[in-house]
Design a protein. Structure first.
Length: 239
C-alpha cells in the first residue's frame, strides 16, 4: 500500500512564528526519500498553514505525486489550474474547524463538485473526493466523474471501543470494495496514527493512505534529541 505524507503541520509550526522554518518543502523531500509515493498539502481558504508559494515550490520539487487538497470552489480551482498538481482531493472546509470534519457530501454539493471535477479533469489532473465510507457517496463521486475516492477513516480512528472500531473498519472495507467495482481507486485518510494504522493498512482494496499529523508529531519527537545535541555542540565554543 502506498503512503502520501501530508506536510501541512510542518507549515503550521512555521506560521506560528511567521518565520521561514521549518519548511514543508524540505519535509516533503525527506518524506519522498523515505519511501512515500508523494506529498499532500491542503491549501485552506484562510491560509493558516500551507501558502500559495509552498504549493508552487512543491510543484517544482516533488518527484512523486503532488496531491493538492482543496475546497471545490472557484478560487482553489484557479490555483490548481495555475500550479498543475498531479492530483487534487476535494474536501469540505468549514470556517473555524481545527481540521477537516467528515467527508464531502457529494449529494448536497453536487453542482460545485461537478464543476470542479470537470475543470480539473480537463487539465489532466486526477481528481479524488474525500467521502465518508458510504456506498451512496462513493456512487455519487463516480457519477460526478471522480477517479479516486478517499474514504474518511476519522470515525474509525476515534472509535472508543474495539466493537465500534471494527464496525467502522467494515464500512471502510465495504466502501473500498464498492469503489473498486465501479472502477474507482479507493484511498483512505484522516486520524491515522502509529497505533491504529495496521487494521486499515490490511484492507487490500485500499490503494493508498494519506497521513499527516501523526507523522509530523513523531518527526518532532524522534528528532528532538539530535536537535538538542546539535545546539549544544554549537554552544560549546572554545574561549
Ligand atoms: N485526508 C484528508 C482529506 C484530510 O483533510 C487530512 C487532514 O488534512 C488528512 C487526510 C490527513 O489527516 P491526519 O493529519 O489526521 O493524518
Amino acid at each position: 500500500m502506498r503512503l502520501s505524507v501530508n506536510v501541512d503541520h510542518v507549515a503550521t509550526i512555521r506560521q506560528a512564528r511567521m518565520a521561514d522554518e521549518p519548511d514543508p518543502v524540505w519535509a516533503a523531500v525527506l518524506a519522498e526519500l523515505a519511501g512515500a509515493c508523494g506529498v499532500t498539502v491542503h491549501l485552506r481558504g484562510d491560509r493558516r498553514h500551507i501558502q500559495d508559494r509552498d504549493v508552487e515550490v512543491l510543484r517544482e520539487t516533488v518527484a512523486g505525486v503532488l496531491n493538492l487538497e482543496m475546497k471545490a470552489c472557484e478560487e482553489m480551482v484557479a490555483v490548481a489550474r495555475r500550479v498543475g498538481p498531479d492530483m487534487c482531493t476535494l474536501v469540505p472546509e468549514g470556517e473555524g474547524e481545527l481540521t477537516t470534519q467528515g467527508g464531502l457530501d457529494v449529494v448536497r454539493e453536487e453542482k460545485e463538485v461537478r464543476s470542479a471535477v470537470d475543470a480539473l479533469s480537463a487539465d489532466g489532473v486526477d481528481v479524488s473526493i474525500f467521502v465518508d465510507p458510504d456506498v451512496v457517496q462513493v456512487e455519487r463521486a463516480k457519477a460526478v466523474g471522480a477517479h479516486i475516492v478517499e474514504l474518511h477513516t476519522g470515525v474509525y480512528a476515534e472509535a472508543k471501543t474495539p466493537e465500534n472500531a471494527e464496525r467502522e473498519l467494515e464500512r471502510i472495507r465495504v466502501a473500498a470494495i464498492a469503489a473498486r467495482e465501479m472502477g474507482l481507486f479507493p484511498h483512505g485518510g484522516h486520524g491515522i496514527t502509529y497505533r491504529n494504522v495496521q487494521p486499515v493498512a490490511a484492507i487490500r482494496e485500499l490503494a493508498e493512505l494519506s497521513i499527516g499529523h501523526s507523522i509530523v508529531s513523531r518527526a518532532v519527537s524522534v528528532g528532538m534529541e539530535l536537535a538538542v545535541r546539535e545546539m549544544l555542540a554549537l554552544m560549546d565554543v572554545v574561549e
